[in-house]
Design a protein around this ligand. Sequence first.
Ligand SMILES: C[S@@+](CC[C@H](N)C(=O)[O-])C[C@H]1O[C@@H](n2cnc3c(N)ncnc32)[C@H](O)[C@@H]1O
Length: 223
Amino acid sequence: MKETQQIKSMFDKIVLRYDFLNRLLSFGQDILWRKKMATEAVKDEAQIVLDLAVGTGDSAKALFKKGVKVIGVDISFEMLKIAKGKIQKNFNTLSASAYELPFKDKTFDAVTCAFGIRNMHETEIALKEINRVIRDNGKIIILEFSLPKGFLRKPYLLYLKKIVPFVASFFSSRSAYEYLGSSIEGFYKPEEFSELLQSCGFKNIKIHSLSFGTVYLYVGEKI
Ligand SMILES: C[S@@+](CC[C@H](N)C(=O)[O-])C[C@H]1O[C@@H](n2cnc3c(N)ncnc32)[C@H](O)[C@@H]1O
């Protein structure tokens, strides 16, 4: 798929300053968001978790700290190289696409995906593929950006569309951080995404709004 190839080269290109900009642009909040995701993932005593779109491994690291075995999958080799260097044990990485996961049905107790699903344009295919590799009653936990409601929406859009690309341009690719803003704007609203999760085979969906609705944590169970 052409779009997937473009996304892969974009992430390959921004890898060096990726972690630094995450910390800077989220004012350090990104660490707490991933920690919450990891806490949800291990609530039901999960032993083996697939961290899809693992990137540079910060999401996997949060899971690793909870004592689970983590498999990290990503399409970007450059991101995976950094991830491998961060976690020494109980962690394996694999380069693969969310649309075709190289695992048998019902392999994992849980699948996590932090800030990855927005980049998967065939969202339904990705969610059904995630569903396939989760064991019965296993969990899906997704962390994704959104736009706050009410009076914060306008200033946040200004931050996202003007300030973020401007700041990022000093350290990394401006266009990648312009894409960040437009992809957040184009992504499903939380209620819509929750419906999509249900239609892709998940039940008991819980939605947690974090940091004034700029980030959402979605938790569901495989039917
Ligand atoms: C914003 S990063 C998130 C990385 C990490 N989870 C974190 O919390 O920082 C998104 C990642 O999704 C990966 N990605 C995008 N499309 C993908 C796909 N179709 N299959 C697997 N990974 C994909 C990118 O290569 C990138 O590393």
